[in-house]
Write a protein that binds this ligand. Structure first.
Ligand SMILES: Nc1ncnc2c1ncn2[C@@H]1O[C@H](COP(=O)(O)OP(=O)(O)OP(=O)(O)O)[C@@H](O)[C@H]1O
Length: 239
């Protein structure tokens, strides 16, 4: 569903933020993408979503190259960035209808999905209000709802749990799992190692721009009497 081949990004001609990453995400998987601050997670997600261009390598989403056919590739995924920035002079419902229009979601389907997700996230009563009156968490939930309206083949999220209360974090986790159970695919970055350990089929670890592991949690941990947190801290410890 998502294939990265030897992908690198160099900023300002010399700053190697991502270094020769290759990764395959299969249909139906949830993969957690973890790494210390500055490891290259957001840079990688921005390259996958076509926001920035890799310096080297290729990225395809359901077989479509994001650089060669960006419009077709973008039909295959939705992206929730790490900052919930939305044009905020419009109402929540106008934003959601705009997103549904962009992805050609029928009136019947959008109504069903808006009701389902906005109720689950408890923002249904606020949808007629302008986005500029929303809290950080409400904006985040509106963005997630908008991203789910198209029922994307691949759902990409950058640190989606940040700013969510425990109820909303649970709703999001359930939604991600349900999406995969129905054949969708989820790739998300996080600093929440417990969430990743609980939720993900596989975990990809990036450190100083390099992919240092990508495997099921059990194989990364090697033994059952330790946590993903302990292994992560050991693997990313600077010598
Ligand atoms: N626009 C940019 N110009 C120059 N350097 C950048 C730019 N964006 C990111 N970097 C650098 O690239 C490296 C990777 O940054 P990135 O934001 O991808 O890390 P991250 O893993 O998402 O970190 P965090 O967990 O703190 O969000 C860092 O050294 C950062 O300073």
């Amino acid at each position: 569903m998502l294939a990265l081949k030897n992908v690198s990004k160099t900023y300002d001609r010399s700053k190697r933020a991502v270094n020769q990453i290759s990764l395959d995400v299969e249909k139906g998987e949830i993969i957690g993408f973890i790494g210390p601050n500055g490891a290259g997670k957001t840079t990688t997600l921005k390259m996958i979503t076509g926001i920035i261009q890799p310096t080297e390598g290729t990225i395809s989403i359901d077989g479509v190259d994001i650089m060669k056919a960006p419009v077709d590739a973008k039909k295959n995924f939705s992206y929730v960035p790490d900052q919930p920035t939305i044009f905020d002079a419009i109402s929540g419902i106008d934003y959601l209808n705009f997103m549904a229009d962009m992805y050609d979601v029928s009136i019947r389907e959008r109504k069903k999905r808006i009701e389902k997700f906005s109720k689950a996230f408890q923002i249904d009563d606020a949808l007629t209000q302008k986005v500029n009156s929303y809290s950080h968490g409400m904006r985040q939930k509106l963005l997630i709802t908008g991203a789910m309206l198209s029922n994307p083949k691949l759902f990409i999220l950058d640190e989606p749990m940040v700013g969510l209360d425990p109820h909303s974090a649970r709703v999001l986790k359930d939604l991600m799992r349900e999406h995969c159970n129905k054949g969708g695919t989820v790739f998300f970055s996080s600093h929440g190692l417990e969430v990743v350990e609980d939720l993900c089929d596989r975990v990809a670890i990036i450190h100083k721009g390099k992919l240092i592991a990508c495997d099921v949690v059990g194989n990364i941990k090697k033994s059952t009497d330790t946590t993903l947190e302990n292994v992560f801290l050991e693997m990313t410890r600077d010598a």
